[in-house]
Design a protein around this ligand. Structure first.
Ligand SMILES: Nc1ncnc2c1ncn2[C@@H]1O[C@H](COP(=O)(O)OP(=O)(O)OP(=O)(O)O)[C@@H](O)[C@H]1O
Length: 717
């Protein structure tokens, strides 16, 4: 059955090959880790500016064993800064940052570059999982990666094209082929769902009612309540249903992908496999029931890059939230933590048994080439690396085939009934024959009695005739009588021998019939016994079902009770919420009042500010610019210096009146020049100079920077 290896077949990492447990009982357990295949798609026109990004090509010397980026693309002058720089089909991968200055090594189950086609990707990992499902193991195949990295292409591809069709059509083909060549009775059914904005929808719901589905748990098994499960008999009918379901899938055009999936889609194929065992009642009929879950996840993307707005923004938020919940679960599983937060999102809850549970899992981590995608590629690789360490323990899912068991028991009961009926008919016909033979014996006896009577009468007649002829036993008459008596004795002997013969025949017939009756009775008894046994088994099965039903009813009652409690708690909470709403309303009213108050205050403050600004502008207009002040300072100091010299000269000659007059004039000029100056700094300097010169404080700065004259400037002199 295994397909011939392709020329550039990727070989799986042997270290993660399953180690099978004991199979002496016919059951096997597989311990392995999640298999991870990294797929790097080719550079496409949709990558726009990134067309100049690194091109990947096979190593010319060893085209089937290694794939490398062209060495030139690692050169700093190329546009490549950070992304996958090299990888091999055996799973060794190097991620380089900053034009190859920093590198990080990864090891996965396998890697697929742009050279590898859809068949290679399927054969490398998915095929094994699919075969396992046919042997009774649950299996999961997930496509993970940023938007536009090729997840939908990998899972679905182009259905009608034999070389570009994806994992899903290939898996279905493989399963139907295996079923056809098996001697077992294999049946298939499919379900198809999507998780859009944290809500689960049935994609095969013919009524198109878009009803919201919930995940439920029963006997530690998770299932999606009311999800359609449609029996399928061929790949074509399956693909037709999937295509119809796809019409219901949420997609949209984003900056990064013209047909971007806005939801996570999961196809669940249920395989039931029964061994042909016609008389299996005593051995209990068994069947394997396994699921293959194939998931096309929605792509992660940055809000800014995607250009998402409004509804798309909400979708993106839900996608990123569930993917980060998936990342958290994988991290917790990889770290073997006690608590795994499966309940954080619908996606993780749905995949609870897949991740680290009873399911063999393969993850295809899809990456986009291109310089701008380095960051996203890196987080995909880190996620994939964590996933590759998660352990799973898968076992064959064998169940008691109640349906078959019931049918077989019914057949047995029907057979026993038929046998009993047959025996009853035989007994009735035997009874009839016995009655008939009894009648025949009675008829023979009646005949014999009639004959005896007639003989007795004849004998008596003869005896009377003889007596009339000549007395007892004398002469010829005596001879005649003797002769007649001889005849009579002969008759009597014959009659007796006939009677003995008849009695023997009768005895023999009775013995024969008794024997037959005994045989039929014992057959009837054993049939009855068988019947009772089958009835007992049926009764036990019925009691088992009744028990389950009873438990279901009890659980149902409990559920109702919980619902009632929840209902009253919800009512209480609603009351509380209503009360709080009233408080909030009050608070809102007072907040509105406060708002008004603040608005008035703010308006006042704004007008005050404007006023101040106007004043400020006026003041600024009134003020002399710094340059002018400096110029004036220089002028002042020069003038003052000159005046100081002059005053000094005059002080020496101040004894005569003329000199005194001159001093006064100089004082007046100083006073005058002081009055003309409006700059506080300049005035302060002048004041200081006057002090130094011993003139005292004739001037002072007025509030607001204006210079005011001293009340009596003369006092300065
Ligand atoms: N290996 C490949 N070879 C050729 N074309 C590819 C390959 N992988 C992806 N593509 C093309 O790239 C485009 C984006 O791929 P696809 O829609 O599968 O991405 P996606 O990861 O599912 O995106 P999203 O998360 O947005 O739904 C499609 O046009 C697809 O045909």
């Amino acid at each position: 059955m295994s397909a011939a290896p392709l020329p550039n077949q990727i070989h799986s990492n042997p270290s993660s090959r399953p180690s099978t447990g004991s199979s002496t009982t016919g059951r096997s357990t597989i311990n392995e880790t999640i298999r991870v295949i990294v797929r790097l798609r080719p550079t496409l026109a949709m990558d726009g500016d990134n067309l100049n990004s690194p091109r990947y090509k096979s190593n010319a010397e060893e085209p089937t064993s290694a794939t490398f980026i062209t060495p030139q693309s690692m050169a700093p002058e190329s546009s490549f800064e950070s992304n996958i720089s090299s990888f091999t089909p055996a799973g060794e991968l190097t991620y380089s940052k900053h034009y190859g200055e920093e590198t990080k090594q990864f090891k996965f189950t396998s890697c697929a570059g742009p050279d590898l086609n859809q068949a290679d990707v399927y054969d490398s990992n998915a095929k094994d999982i699919v075969k396992g499902v046919m042997d009774g193991y649950h299996g999961t195949i997930l496509a993970y990666g940023q938007t536009g990295s090729g997840k939908t292409y990998t899972m679905r591809g182009e259905d009608d094209n034999s070389s570009t069709k994806g994992v899903i059509p290939r898996a279905l083909e493989e399963m139907f082929q295996m079923a056809e060549s098996s001697s077992d009775e294999v049946t298939f059914a499919i379900s198809y769902l999507q998780i859009y904005c944290e809500v689960i929808y049935d994609m095969l719901d013919k009524s198109n009612s878009h009803k919201v589905l919930s995940i439920r748990e029963k006997d530690s098994n998770l299932f999606v309540e009311n999800l359609s499960k449609i029996p399928v008999h061929s790949v074509e009918s399956c693909m037709k249903l999937i295509r119809e379901g796809d019409q219901n899938r949420a997609t949209a055009a984003t900056n990064l992908n013209a047909h971007s999936s806005r939801s996570h889609a999961a196809l669940i194929v249920t395989v039931t496999r029964r061994k042909p065992s016609p008389k299996a009642v005593k051995n209990k009929s068994k069947a394997t029931v396994s699921n293959l879950v194939m998931v096309d996840l929605a792509g992660s993307e940055r809000v800014k890059q995607s250009g998402a707005r409004f509804q798309q923004f909400e979708e993106l938020k839900a996608i990123n939230l569930s993917l980060s919940a998936l990342g958290n679960c994988v991290s917790a599983l990889a770290a073997q933590k006690a608590h795994i937060p499966y309940r954080d999102s619908k996606l993780t809850r749905l995949l609870q048994h897949t991740l680290g549970g009873n399911s063999r899992t393969a993850m295809i981590a899809c990456c986009r080439p291109g310089n701008d995608e380095g960051g996203e590629t890196y987080s995909t690789l880190m996620f994939a690396r964590r996933a590759s360490t998660v352990k799973v323990v898968a076992k064959v899912n064998e169940v008691i085939d109640y349906e078959k068991l019931y049918k077989e028991m019914q057949l047995n009961v029907d057979g026993a009934d038929d046998n009993l009926h047959q025996l009853e008919m035989t007994v009735a016909s035997l009874k009839l024959e016995l009655e008939k033979s009894k009648d025949a014996t009675a008829a023979v006896e009646a005949q014999r009695n009639t004959l005896s009577t007639r003989l007795e009468k004849l004998e008596a007649g003869f005896k009377a005739s003889l007596a009339a002829l000549g007395g007892e036993g004398g002469g010829e008459g005596g001879d005649l009588i003797e002769a007649i008596e001889g005849v009579s004795d002969k008759w009597q002997d014959e009659i007796e021998s006939m009677q003995a013969l008849h009695a023997r025949d009768l005895e023999e017939a009775r013995a024969k019939y008794d024997q037959k009756l005994k045989a039929y009775r014992s057959a009837a008894n054993s049939a009855n016994f068988d019947n009772e046994e089958v009835g007992l088994e049926l009764e036990q099965a019925r009691e088992g079902h009744l028990d389950t039903l009873k438990r279901c009813n009890e659980l149902g009652e409990k559920l109702k009770e919980v619902e009632r409690e929840n209902g009253s708690r919800i009512a209480e909470l609603l009351d509380e919420v209503n009360g709080k709403n009233l408080i909030i309303e009050d608070m809102e009213i007072s907040a509105q009042k406060q708002d008004k108050l603040y608005t008035t205050k703010i308006t006042e403050l704004v007008s005050r500010l404007e006023e101040l600004e106007t004043n400020n502008v006026k003041r600024r207009d009134d003020m002399v610019s710094r340059e002018a002040v400096l110029e004036m300072e220089t002028l002042f100091s020069e003038t003052v210096e000159k005046l100081m010299d002059r005053v000094n000269q005059l002080e020496g000659k101040a004894k005569d009146k003329e000199d005194e007059k001159q001093i006064k004039q100089v004082g007046k000029r100083i006073e005058q020049s002081r009055n003309e100056n409006t700059d506080p700094q300049a005035m302060a300097m002048l004041q200081q100079m006057e002090m130094n010169m011993g003139f005292g404080g004739g001037v002072r700065a007025a509030p607001g920077g204006r210079i005011r004259k001293a009340r009596n400037p003369r006092q300065a002199f």
